[in-house]
Design a protein around this ligand. Sequence first.
Ligand SMILES: [Zn+2]
Length: 145
Amino acid sequence: MSNEKAASKAFKFHDYQARLASFKNWAFDDIEDSICTSVKLAEAGFFRPYPRKRPDLAECYICLKPLEGWEEQDDPWTEHKSHMPTCPLSKLRDKGIDVNNLTVEQRIKLELERGKFLLHRDYQDIKKEFEDRIPEVRSKLMRLT
Ligand SMILES: [Zn+2]
């Protein structure tokens, strides 16, 4: 999937119901006393980008932090904050704001923040691609001398 497609796909997850729907048939929903439910994951900003290919992977729709290896007693907000303390969504929640009932202005500000995370992720991908090619290019250059 191109980055552009991934970006527009993730955009719809501003909507809580869309995030919740992505967790259809989430394994821990049927376990009594489970903390890590689809509702709690969706409330904490997570959606499932690849329900079939990687059913255990959840990603924040703002900071794009992918987390997997969930356990039934994991609290989604606690995990979100511990793995991505700089997430703007977590910061809003810390201010006592209901992040699942945001104003248009708050959503626009969050979307700008999401754009920064998308750019950073693209930059990291390009940098890695470049670094991965260094040995090959170096060896070609050595053969020229
Ligand atoms: Zn986040």
